[in-house]
Design a protein around this ligand. Structure first.
Ligand code: UDP
Length: 235
């Protein structure tokens, strides 16, 4: 099978790593994700991953807390997830490097764009952790930024739901799933695909986003080989 994309960014929310537990890390889920990544590496796809941190902490969780401090805590949470994912990938003999946007050299490499690209060219998975390194941003924005920087063709946005709906499918049984959307639709309709900063960055740099559910094993493979599952957001 030929992959449709050569270089991709896979965005995994923290929640996606928690499995059914809803909090923290679920090792079975990590292994299942690692297995799916192994399948697409075998197709020759260059895979980089941006991890979220919401399974531990989000900046906005800290109600009375200084926002910047709370955001740094969120960025640290993404590093925990990045290391867990690296461990799961390496246990399957997939060479993996973690790069952090905030230096912590004993734990991971600092983010260096050229180095990240070189790793990808050598077939290593690169995990981008610690977000953009700046408070007031999200890991969705990190995915958009890194995709632009390393010239990824697409962002694969793995979610708990299998695409973008006009209303919450858990609440409204008649919710309609979109097959395609434009960036402007997402912004105007306030659809919860990505935050507006991330969506605008994708729009300005013409980076398509494919939103799909991670619950079905094989879904990453299906998206990579061009099957139309989920919702695609583009111009
Ligand atoms: N964060 C940040 N700057 C960034 C990326 C993340 O401050 O560039 C913080 C922010 O507090 C965020 C938290 O890290 O809430 C975890 O990231 P996110 O909420 O995007 O994780 P996800 O929802 O994908 O699990």
């Amino acid at each position: 099978m030929r992959p449709k994309y050569k270089r991709v960014i896979l965005k995994l929310s923290g929640e996606a790593l928690a499995g059914n537990k809803g909090f923290g890390l679920d090792e079975e889920t990590l292994d299942s994700i690692a297995m799916q990544i192994k399948e697409i590496i075998a197709l020759g796809v260059e895979v980089s991953i941006v991890v979220g941190g919401g399974n531990f902490w989000r900046g906005r969780s800290g109600k009375g807390m200084d926002r910047t401090t709370a955001d740094y805590m969120g960025m640290l949470a993404t590093v925990i997830n990045g290391l867990a994912l690296q461990d799961a990938l390496e246990s399957m003999e997939i060479l993996t490097r973690v790069q952090t946007a905030i230096e912590m050299r004993q734990i991971a490499e600092p983010y260096i764009r050229r180095r990240a690209v070189r790793h990808l060219e050598k077939g290593r998975v690169v995990i981008f952790a610690a977000g953009t390194g700046n408070p007031y941003f999200s890991t969705d924005t990190t995915a958009a930024l890194r995709a632009a920087e390393i010239e990824a063709e697409v962002i694969l946005l793995a979610k708990k739901v299998d695409g973008v709906y006009d209303s919450d499918p858990h609440i409204n049984p008649n919710a309609k799933k979109f097959e395609t959307l434009t960036y402007i639709d997402v912004l105007n309709k306030g659809l919860g695909v990505m935050d507006s900063t991330a969506t605008s960055l994708c729009m300005d740099n013409n980076i398509p986003i494919i939103v799909f559910g991670l619950d079905e094993p094989q879904n990453i493979y299906r998206v990579i080989t061009g099957e139309n599952i989920g919702t695609i957001v583009r111009e």
